[in-house]
Design a protein around this ligand. Structure first.
Ligand code: ADP
Ligand code: MG
Length: 399
């Protein structure tokens, strides 16, 4: 495959894979019942907040928690009087549909974030995106993937409570496909990184230094990444291999992992094609996809703004993150949302345009640290999340 889009000639190849799933049956059935669906189906974007526990460094340095949970989806920030720009305010409350407190498990995030709806919609042919937003160290990668050593070395323990949302979503997806025995599915996956506006293929390390082009397809009316590796995933193991390989290549390609991962975005995409024969003999084909996006640290946007950079100059800091902010701001503003949305201005927003607009669906997981020393970043993340919550309409993409 030479681009993002699926070739419908391959429609039948998944079937063999689905027959081999029995070893996963127990865990598949245990993770498939979504207990909660807190959103209205009309919502274009669902916003949830995850607050990670204080880390040992924060605990040791007496950097206590400045976050409280009064209930009803509220987050109470305390001790704000020392925070620049808060003008004597002591406390502030933010409200969301769903807040994951520090004790929440990885499985809770699958069950209560609304991701199961996104997976179901992707199976039905929609474009879905789940992205984690927050400052470096706030828990984005932990939420999506799990702790860094999870995949190192030995065989993956499928029952580990540490597995992140991507792994759990794969299990949920395969369970859904198993339940639809009258439909033929084909799955493919790709994994890319955007670093300094360069698109790097994490599944094709030979190509690691090359930047891939993002182009517009007239035929499908979407952007796609030219020559991006897409891997056939007949079995659950194939999807897991994609996750593992991409994570390994991301770490391998960088000298300083922390700096690199705080500046880069990764997108793991699962493409789902289904073909079903209707009673009248006609075949209906649907093509959906789900993106899992681990964004660069949100402190990068601030750096860009505070240095007074123009869009052009911001290129080397983080143009994509900044443009995503502009797109979300425009989409959430009732006066601007039907006007020009600047998707074309960055690689990331080009690739997410079909989820953010049109009939796409998006889940934003805003990640924050509870530490007092992170309050400035936390306020900025919660404001961003509140703005994103206002996106309701389904605007037409203006290219
Ligand atoms: P980010 O990707 O936002 O930079 P990480 O996911 O790497 O942040 O998290 C920073 C550190 O905090 C890591 O050591 C990670 O394992 C830990 N951590 C993050 N979220 C949680 C959580 N919910 N529970 C336990 N540890 C967490
Ligand atoms: Mg990270």
């Amino acid at each position: 495959m030479s681009n993002l889009y699926l070739n419908c000639d391959n429609v039948y190849i998944l079937w063999k894979g689905l027959q081999t799933l029995s070893s996963y049956n127990d865990i598949l059935s245990s993770s498939a019942d979504s207990k909660s669906d807190p959103y209205s189906p009309e919502d274009n974007i669902n916003v949830v907040v995850r607050v990670r526990p204080l880390c040992s460094r924060e605990e040791k340095s007496n950097d206590g928690s400045a976050v409280d949970f009064p209930g009803n989806g509220q987050i109470l920030l305390t001790g704000l009087s020392d925070v620049p720009g808060m003008k004597g305010t002591k406390t502030k409350v933010f409200s969301y549909n769903v807040v994951f407190e520090p004790g929440a498990t990885q499985e809770d995030v699958l069950q209560y974030s609304g991701i199961t709806r996104l997976i179901e919609m992707a199976v039905e042919g929609f474009c879905a995106t789940a992205f984690c937003y927050g400052q470096t160290g706030s828990g984005k990668t932990h939420t999506l993937t799990g702790p860094p050593n999870l995949f190192k070395g030995k065989k993956v323990n499928i029952n580990s409570p540490d597995h992140g949302l991507i792994f759990r979503s794969f299990l949920y997806l395969f369970r859904l496909l198993q339940d639809r025995s009258n439909v033929h599915f084909v799955l493919k996956a790709s994994f890319l990184e955007i670093y300094n506006e360069k698109v790097i293929d994490l599944l094709n390390p030979g190509n690691a230094k090359k930047s891939l082009a993002v182009r517009w397809s007239k035929k499908s009316q979407r952007f796609f990444v030219e020559n991006l590796f897409t891997v056939d995933c007949e079995e659950l193991d194939d999807l897991l291999a994609v996750l593992e390989e991409g994570m390994r290549n991301r770490a391998f390609g960088s000298h300083s992992m922390n700096d690199h991962s705080s500046r880069s975005h990764t997108i793991l995409t699962v493409y789902i094609t289904s073909e079903q024969q209707m009673e009248n003999g006609v075949y209906i084909t649907k093509q959906g996809k789900i993106n899992f996006v681990d964004l660069a640290g949100s402190e990068m946007t601030k750096k860009t703004h505070s240095e007074g950079k123009t869009l052009e100059e911001a290129n080397n800091i983080n143009k994509s993150l900044m443009v995503l902010g502009y797109c979300i701001a425009s989409l959430s503003d009732s006066k601007k949302r039907n006007g020009h949305i600047p998707y074309r201005d960055s690689k990331l927003t080009k690739l997410l345009a079909d989820s953010l607009a049109g009939s796409g669906v998006t889940l934003m997981i805003a990640c924050i640290s509870p530490a007092r020393s992170s309050l400035t970043e936390t306020i900025s993340t919660l404001r961003y999340a509140s703005r994103a919550k206002k996106i309701r309409n389904k605007p037409i993409i203006v290219m």
